[in-house]
Ligand binder design. Structure first.
Ligand code: FDA
Ligand code: NAD
Length: 432
């Protein structure tokens, strides 16, 4: 098999790869220098569309409509764009071996690719119910969603099982977005998840309460505090029902599973330093191996704002980390440097006619405000989180009594001082 060699190779053809390619072009990459290797059959696209408009019966999104970089309001990079720029877009090519010492990647078909600089952008894969040994989890019509091929299978089954019953396993991003998409397609939807409320890694009980009420009003049945333990099938091997740990059995023609993602780092095990499940990088997305960068879902990077190593599985970071890595590569080639990545976490989600955006960190005490009644026509609400009160006092109603001791920087009073908690202070946000 012929060997191909490139100055730069991006391994993975998802969101980060697409945004990295645009940045390479901005930085003036020469034709023939850059290749993207992707196991998908299509050029990089905005993955979030798959759990939203891709599944809608009306206003449906289809490629080429959502190739990167439309998600950030930029130019849409059609396959022709890569050709024009002299960037080799090598699709349908799964890399099965990465030898970082010899700078060689090998595909499933046996081709080898040499690079001088590698950007790892392999993203995440779905955790499968078979990983937990759930009986019957290989039945037909049990679906996961990560790539466009998965979304195409969902589109097909939605058509085939018109007015059918779906059980959605998982109450996270996929669970909430897919339940809405199925319901919009007039499927009878139930959701099951083990936690006391949906999206527990982000939502407070108040936020989740709104969503659960809203979903119930849309006709979605929510079953909490239990998990799927097995599946019944018909003579064609298609799923017919789902057995729950609490003993209930739910009829289902379609099962959609969203029980979390796992970063795709296994090609590099033992070759590169890892941390918190991802590939450890610095603030320029350089890994522990010279000339190897990691971006997007797979990177565990220093989040300067919180002085902590973190991994982020959201699209805004995939875009920005890719741009940062490419800028770092070019400036270091010119003997210059750029500022370290200083990221403010930003995620969003959309389901039915609802949407939310989140910035920062959901740690500390949460404060809910606004109209969170799911039946209210004017529902609009938010939440913020407050952490580390040392040396500063913030008073919201009676909350002060739970705060650590310290002086208010505004009035210099302390928790024990007589004016603390007085009418003039109570209910006022004194300082932050
Ligand atoms: P991404 O998964 O995009 O790309 C990885 C690429 O690498 C894929 O093309 C894959 O095929 C390829 N690859 C992997 N291993 C390979 C190998 N060995 N050989 C060749 N190719 C290989 N976030 C958000 O903030 N808001 C949202 O609304 C959504 N919505 C959303 C919906 C759905 C359905 C999913 C799955 C995810 C989201 N996300 C999201 C998360 C967001 O899409 C995700 O964080 C980014 O896509 C991550 O970008 P990466 O480029 O790191 O991985
Ligand atoms: P997730 O981590 O958001 O949610 C996983 C959920 O699985 C948990 O909340 C829990 O309810 C449930 N769960 C865990 N074990 C279970 C079990 N045994 N049975 C039933 N439920 C169980 O993961 P996800 O929703 O699968 O999303 C996968 C990836 O896609 C993540 O990286 C996510 O960030 C990304 N994604 C993001 C968005 C967005 O940002 N809007 C949208 C879709 C997907």
């Amino acid at each position: 098999m012929a060997e191909k060699a490139f100055k730069y190779v991006i391994l993975g053809g998802g969101v980060a790869a697409g945004y990295a390619a645009r940045e390479f072009a901005n930085q003036g990459v020469n034709p023939g220098e850059l290749a993207i290797l992707s196991k998908e059959a299509v050029a990089p696209y905005e993955r979030p569309a798959l759990s939203k408009a891709y599944l809608f019966p009306e206003g449906t999104a289809r490629l080429p409509g959502f190739h990167v970089c439309v998600g950030s309001g930029g130019e849409r990079l059609l396959p022709e764009w890569y050709t024009e720029k002299g960037i080799s877009l090598i699709l349908n090519t799964e890399v099965v071996k990465a030898d970082l010492a010899s700078k060689t990647l090998t595909s499933a078909a046996g081709e080898t690719f040499k690079y001088q600089i590698l950007i790892i952008a392999t993203g995440s894969t779905t955790i499968r119910l078979s990983d937990f040994g759930v009986q019957g989890a290989d039945a037909k019509n049990i679906f996961y969603l990560r790539e466009i091929d998965d979304a195409d299978k969902l589109v097909e089954v939605i058509k085939a099982k018109k007015n059918g019953k779906a059980l959605v396993v998982g109450g996270g991003y996929i669970g909430l977005e897919l339940s809405a998409a199925l319901r919009i397609n007039n499927i009878d939807v139930s959701m099951v998840y083990p936690e006391p409320w949906c999206m527990p890694r982000l939502f407070t009980a108040d936020l989740a309460g709104f969503y659960e009420g809203y979903y119930a009003n849309k006709g979605i049945k929510i079953i909490k505090g239990t998990v799927a333990t097995g599946f019944g099938t018909n003579e064609n091997g298609e799923v017919t029902d789902v057995k729950l740990k609490d003993g209930r059995v739910m009829e289902a023609d379609i099962v959609v599973v969203g029980v979390g993602g796992r970063p795709l780092t296994k090609l590099f095990k033992g070759q590169v330093e890892e941390e918190k499940g991802g590939i450890k990088t610095d603030g320029f997305f350089k890994t522990s191996v010279p000339d190897v960068y990691a971006v997007g879902d797979v990177a565990t990077f220093p989040m300067k704002l919180y002085n902590e190593m973190r991994r982020v599985e959201h699209v805004d970071h995939a875009r920005k980390s890719a741009e940062q890595a490419v800028k770092a590569i070019f400036t270091s080639e010119q003997g210059n440097s750029i500022e370290e990545y200083d990221y403010l976490p930003y995620f969003y989600s959309r389901a039915f006619d609802l949407s939310w955006q989140f910035y920062g960190d959901n740690v500390g005490d949460s404060v809910f405000f606004g109209d969170g009644n799911p039946t209210s026509p004017t529902h609009k609400f938010g939440s913020y989180w407050i952490k580390d009160w040392e040396g500063r006092w913030c008073i919201f109603g009676e909350w002060y009594s739970r705060r650590k001791q310290g002086n208010c920087q505004s009035c210099k009073g302390s928790a024990s001082s007589p004016q603390f908690g007085s009418a003039s202070h109570r209910g006022r946000h004194l300082c932050l």
